[in-house]
Design a protein around this ligand. Structure first.
Ligand SMILES: [Mg+2]
Length: 136
């Protein structure tokens, strides 16, 4: 059981930000225990979590790093739909955004996010997010 791969999902429309997270992931040398997946927007993330048109991410990710501003389905819309889905609602979500607006922060915490990080994410914040929030 302890050898089970833990999945992490990054949901962000900005490829540069996704690559930055991938770099941190490599630097932390997490590849043995974790697998990093990505989606470009909330809809794609839901589809990948549910296996709609994509192979489902199994097991369900422990942690989702979620951008707020995205086309098609933004981070708040994603959170609303995810929290209404009994299979997905327990996943720890950490917002990763350029927005330090109080309104966005409040809105995010009302949707039960575990953390709110302003981009760019640092190595320490990343390690913290993954190791703290991916425990059972
Ligand atoms: Mg964005």
């Amino acid at each position: 059981m302890s050898k089970e791969i833990k999945n992490i999902l990054v949901v962000d429309d900005d490829i540069v930000d996704v690559m930055a997270v991938r770099r941190l992931f490599k630097r932390f040398n997490m590849g043995d225990n974790y697998m990093l997946h990505s989606a470009e927007n909330g809809q794609e993330a839901l589809d990948k979590l549910r296996g709609n048109g994509y192979p489902a991410i199994v097991p369900i990710p422990r942690v989702i790093l979620l951008d707020l501003n995205m086309p098609k389905m933004n981070g708040f819309e994603f959170l609303e739909e995810m929290r209404a889905d009994p299979n997905l609602k327990h996943i720890k979500v950490i917002v990763l955004t350029t927005s330090d607006a109080e309104r966005d922060r409040t809105h995010a915490y009302k949707s039960n996010v575990a953390g709110y990080i302003i981009k760019p994410i640092t190595l320490i914040q990343f390690i913290d997010a993954i190791t703290t929030f991916s425990r059972y």
